[in-house]
Design a protein around this ligand. Structure first.
Ligand SMILES: [Zn+2]
Length: 216
């Protein structure tokens, strides 16, 4: 901390060096006094204020919000974590398909982590507000975050998964379980499409604004 402060006049260093020979205790006392004096003498010293780290990633705006709501999912949650509301409140059919897929993927050494699952309407509203502020407009935010009325997360019908090896596995095998990527711009967002088991997943929407469910 003191290293980043502007150098004090050499007289102070000389004084401290002299004191050092007097013994460790004295030196510590002198440094403490010097520090105290410095901070008193320069109340506007460059102590950096907390800075909001800009969010640079499009991962469903999830990590930054953990702990702010019941429906924010803690780090490392899996599709088997029944005690986590974001997991437990998912649609039972979706959750069943996820667990079957996760069990099979585990044979390939792949673990499904839930980055976001069911969300309360309040939490969805918060995510939307933050997305508007981050993306600069409601129109751009709508490409990434739905409203509480339209989000399939709020109804428990969507899950955001990671890491990338899990979503890569799902992009190859998910249809066998009825698990489909819905939006081209969200490779982590999966929903249940039971007909996919027989017919494959439907074509993706480029992004949520092309999804008729979002036109409300
Ligand atoms: Zn999602």
């Amino acid at each position: 901390m003191t290293h980043s402060r502007p150098a004090r006049p050499t007289t102070r260093r000389i004084r401290i060096r002299r004191i050092r020979v007097a013994g460790l205790v004295v030196v510590i006392a002198a440094i403490g006094a010097a520090l105290g004096h410095q901070s008193l003498a320069s109340p506007s010293s460059p102590v950096a204020p907390p800075i909001d780290v800009p969010r640079s990633e499009h991962r469903g705006l999830r990590n930054e919000h953990r702990g702010e709501s019941d429906s924010a999912v803690p780090d490392g949650a899996t599709v088997f974590d029944d005690r986590i509301p974001g997991v437990a409140n998912l649609d039972p059919d979706l959750l069943g398909a996820l667990r079957r897929a996760a069990t099979d993927a585990a044979d390939a050494g792949i673990e499904f982590l839930v980055n976001s699952g069911w969300r309360s309407a309040e939490y969805q509203e918060q995510l939307l507000r933050e997305a508007v502020s981050e993306y600069g407009s409601e129109a751009e935010a709508a490409r990434w975050v739905a409203t509480p009325d339209t989000s399939p997360h709020v109804s428990g019908d969507a899950v955001d998964l990671g890491p990338s090896d899990a979503t890569a596995w799902l992009s190859e095998h998910g249809a066998e379980y009825g698990l489909c990527q819905i939006y081209g711009n969200e490779p982590w967002h999966y929903e249940l499409r039971p007909e996919a088991i027989d017919h494959g997943c439907p074509p993706m929407y480029a992004d949520p604004t092309h999804d008729p469910r979002m036109q409300q």
